[in-house]
Design a protein. Structure first.
Length: 309
């Protein structure tokens, strides 16, 4: 009662009010909305709108200049699933990505371990490893195209008695692109794994060495458990990059000879920008997105199972 009388005795302007906290809360909400609006807008513009456009185009008869002419339902999807060239590009791209990602992971871990053990030349080699990463893919493709050039390229100069033209050979065109891809992106895995190795306690390795663990045994029981999580994460990044390969194919082979090196991303570009069939290209994109999701989920399950074992 005394507190109530004291509150009434105060001037109106000095009395406590619930409006101040409400106003402060509204101001905070307005500030949050103001700062998050650009992020939300960018997600809508760069994410939601393209996705909705692709879905609508895949269900319609759409050309580059006249989208959404007529709704055709699942006709585009049914057409590409019965097209041998499209199905072959799906299989070719997934196989290519898995092989390239595994090769990059193996070479990346080996190089990272070797660099971590090196004491003198490690800094120089780490600096040189950044060069492929900062080189534009178009430049990388041009460089390796010159390497494989049968008329005076590096490969022809080193092996003059052997007639080699991998980019013009059906069986070797895609592996040649994969070699350039591995050269460009393996340093990414090297850097990530090397950073994980640097966080490992040297005392643990020294103790294991004193107990007789050396070479493969030391790597398997001490080094690998410390970097397994990083290697798996780096492998997934590498796998996604390999699934999206386009620049190297465009520069080195243009999808040839024939369809030997036509990946799905290159096929989408051809269908959309050369045949002007946006509906068909959108359908290929949707199916490819489903395939990529399925592949990554399967690989994630196998990686999780291997780590627990």
């Amino acid at each position: 009662m005394a507190d109530t009388l004291a509150a009434r005795a105060l001037p109106r302007s000095a009395r406590p009010s619930g409006l101040a906290p409400r106003r402060a809360g509204r101001r905070a909400s307005a500030s949050v909305a103001l700062f998050t609006a650009p992020t939300i807008l960018s997600i809508i513009v760069l994410g939601a709108y393209p996705l909705l456009f692709i879905l609508a185009a895949a269900l319609s008869d759409s050309t580059l200049g006249r989208p959404f002419q007529e709704w055709v339902g699942t006709a585009n999807l049914e057409s590409i699933l019965t097209d041998a060239d499209v199905v072959a590009s799906f299989a070719r791209t997934v196989g290519y990505a898995l092989v390239v990602a595994v090769a990059s992971a193996v070479f990346g871990v080996a190089i990272a371990v070797a660099l971590e053990r090196a004491t003198r030349s490690g800094a120089v080699v780490r600096t040189l490893l950044l060069l492929p990463l900062i080189t534009p893919p178009v430049v990388v493709g041009t460089l390796w195209k010159l390497v494989f050039n049968p008329g005076g390229g590096l490969l022809a100069t080193v092996l003059p008695d052997v007639s080699l033209a991998p980019l013009s050979t059906t069986a070797w065109a895609l592996p040649a692109i994969g070699l350039a891809d591995v050269w460009q992106w393996t340093p990414l895995i090297v850097i990530l794994v090397y950073a994980a190795l640097r966080t490992q306690d040297p005392a643990v390795r020294e103790a294991a060495s004193l107990d007789g663990a050396h070479g493969i045994r030391l790597f398997r029981h001490i080094t690998w458990p410390a970097i397994a999580g990083t290697v798996v994460a780096a492998f997934f990044i590498r796998l996604v990059i390999a699934l999206k390969v386009f620049d190297l194919v465009f520069v080195m082979t243009s999808g040839g000879p024939g369809q030997a090196s036509t990946t799905t991303t290159y096929l989408i570009q051809q269908v959309a920008l050369k045949e002007f069939d946006i509906g068909r290209a959108s359908a290929i994109t949707i199916v490819f997105a489903v395939i990529v999701t399925a592949v990554t989920l399967v690989v994630a399950g196998l990686a999780r199972k291997a780590r627990h074992e």
